[in-house]
Design a protein around this ligand. Structure first.
Ligand code: PSV
Ligand code: MN
Length: 377
């Protein structure tokens, strides 16, 4: 068995979302999962379970105000005692009546200032929780032709972002997340990677683009976006999830394992994902029907598997085949890596660090879910 691969996967860590551990749903209904976490402390407690069985969690991303607590130091200490850190801080500009016609793009100076202030508060929270990443998704957009002036909104957005960017410390990174529709259905102010790229260029080196796998039109070649942004030093991170139809927020790799693998193939050309110098790798899912911790373990494992498979690509042979324009062989080399079963490597790497090789099975047997259902209701 290849020891280098085992070492790579042992050092491959991802961030899990606090919001992935609480009840979630769709605009139709929010389902209640027995024992699901009810507050920030419980969400961290559950994230620690994922880490206990995988040793692959780098940090827990938080969402404000969902994770707001009275004393941030208490939350940091609580996380640290469980071997975790707090990760990316996500402002929330989508659940306030004042933002009906826009947050950072609102024509009303007071409402725009309120949105900017919320993000500035998140930067203060970053200082308190020792986070270096501000992950900003902007829901702003319009529903009907004529509703808004694209250019005016864009210039308001740039002004707002400049205020935010200048409040951030030199070692903080601003990640701009794009999404082509929803909640707005006619136009979205940060609809795609091109707009997010342009905004990040306007701001400076500490502003980058974050790719959420659910935020593209069907059929978009995401791995190509990964390559373009990476080669221009503008890929800042990922929101990993899976989708079938829209922004479905399904567990990672459940529908798109080949796409996920191809994304990692591109990433490996620019980053050592087993090191600290890499984009923020964050899961963004809300598995509405599934038990939350199990769903997150599944996602972590899907990422580990896609990563391991991507490391198997014979890059030398691929380069030679590409030089000869041998399309068939090139594709076979890629598929050969994808079709290799890497689970034995993952299992052995787990055993070597004292884990149960079957992380999901071990968690399911642990009784944690049953005890939380009793305790939390
Ligand atoms: C928006 O759909 C999004 O992907 C953003 O990242 C939000 O912060 C997150 O979902 C909320 O679940
Ligand atoms: Mn997202």
């Amino acid at each position: 068995m290849r020891n280098d691969l085992k070492e790579k996967v042992k050092n491959f860590k991802v961030e899990v979302p606090s919001w992935g551990f609480s009840d979630s749903g769709t605009r139709f209904h929010v389902f209640q999962i027995p024992g699901a976490a009810r507050n920030a402390f419980e969400r961290i407690e559950d994230a620690a379970q994922v880490d206990k069985y995988t040793k692959a969690v780098s940090a827990v991303a938080i969402h404000i105000p969902w994770d707001r607590v009275d004393n941030w130091k208490d939350l940091v200490r609580f996380a640290r005692d469980k071997g975790l850190k707090l990760g990316a801080v996500n402002p929330n500009l989508f659940q306030d009546e004042d933002y009906k016609f826009g947050s950072l793009t609102n024509l009303d100076d007071k409402k725009r200032a309120k949105a900017i202030d919320h993000v500035l508060e998140c930067i203060d929270i970053m200082r308190s929780v020792e986070s270096k990443v501000l992950s900003l998704w902007l829901p702003d957009g319009t529903d009907y032709p004529g509703q808004g002036d694209f250019a005016k909104r864009q210039s308001l957005l740039i002004d707002s972002l400049k205020k935010i960017y200048s409040a951030m410390a030199n070692d903080m990174t601003l990640l701009i997340e794009y999404k082509f529709f929803e909640p707005a259905f006619y136009h979205t102010d940060t609809a795609d990677w091109g707009i997010a790229y342009a905004l990040s260029k306007d701001l400076g080196d500490r502003a980058k683009v974050i790719i959420d796998l659910g935020h593209h039109a069907q059929g978009t070649n995401i791995e190509y976006i990964v390559s373009i942004l990476s080669s221009r030093a503008k890929l800042g991170g990922f929101h990993f999830n899976s989708r079938k139809y829209a922004d479905d927020d399904l567990t990672v790799g459940s529908v798109n394992l080949y796409e996920l693998f191809l994304i990692f193939v591109e990433l490996n050309k620019f980053f050592d994902l087993s090191s600290d110098k890499k984009p923020a790798l964050v899961i963004d899912q809300s598995a509405a029907m599934k038990p939350k911790i199990q769903a997150t373990i599944q996602s972590v494992e899907a990422l580990q598997i896609a990563y391991l498979k991507s490391l198997l690509v014979d890059t030398k042979a691929l380069e030679t085949a590409q030089l000869k324009n041998d399309i068939v062989l090139s594709e076979e080399i890629i598929k050969d890596a994808f079709l290799t079963d890497v689970r034995p490597i993952l299992k052995q790497s787990r055993e070597e660090i004292g884990l149960d090789p079957d992380a999901l099975g071990a968690f399911r047997k642990s009784g944690y879910e049953e005890s939380m259902a009793l305790k939390r209701g």
